[in-house]
Design a protein around this ligand. Sequence first.
Ligand SMILES: [Zn+2]
Ligand SMILES: [Zn+2]
Length: 152
Amino acid sequence: MLRLPVAQEYERQGMDMNVKNCRGCGRIFNYVAGPVLCQVCREGLEAKFQEVKEYIRQNPGVGINEVSVACDVSPSQVQQWLREERLEVTEDSPIFLTCESCGANIRCGKYCDKCKNTMASELRGAMRSYNTHPEKKEPKKDPRDNPRMRYL
Ligand SMILES: [Zn+2]
Ligand SMILES: [Zn+2]
């Protein structure tokens, strides 16, 4: 049976549709998933993340603006990493976020433990469909349930 060129053509067009401008450098690149950043900027951001993480580890009492200045990274980027729970800060750190539901001070993520618990019971049904998307984070395992993490 002859292989039709249509499938190949379709595939190529599908890829073309994912070409985007990098938000970091403006270069056109083939977008796959996650943040709209080209490979170069992604690696740069990852290196910056490691720098920030190390800086916070070595300076536990440091504020978000100091981190921003010392590591040459925007405060909103630092906050984003905290929201993504990639960064952890100590209990006495002046770096904190606010719970998006009640406004309480929290260390990372989006909601305080109280609101999380309330929402967990309310959203149990919705979470089931949420879990079927493989690129989303599994919400059921909370790293803060591990008491070791509280005393970094
Ligand atoms: Zn870029
Ligand atoms: Zn809350």
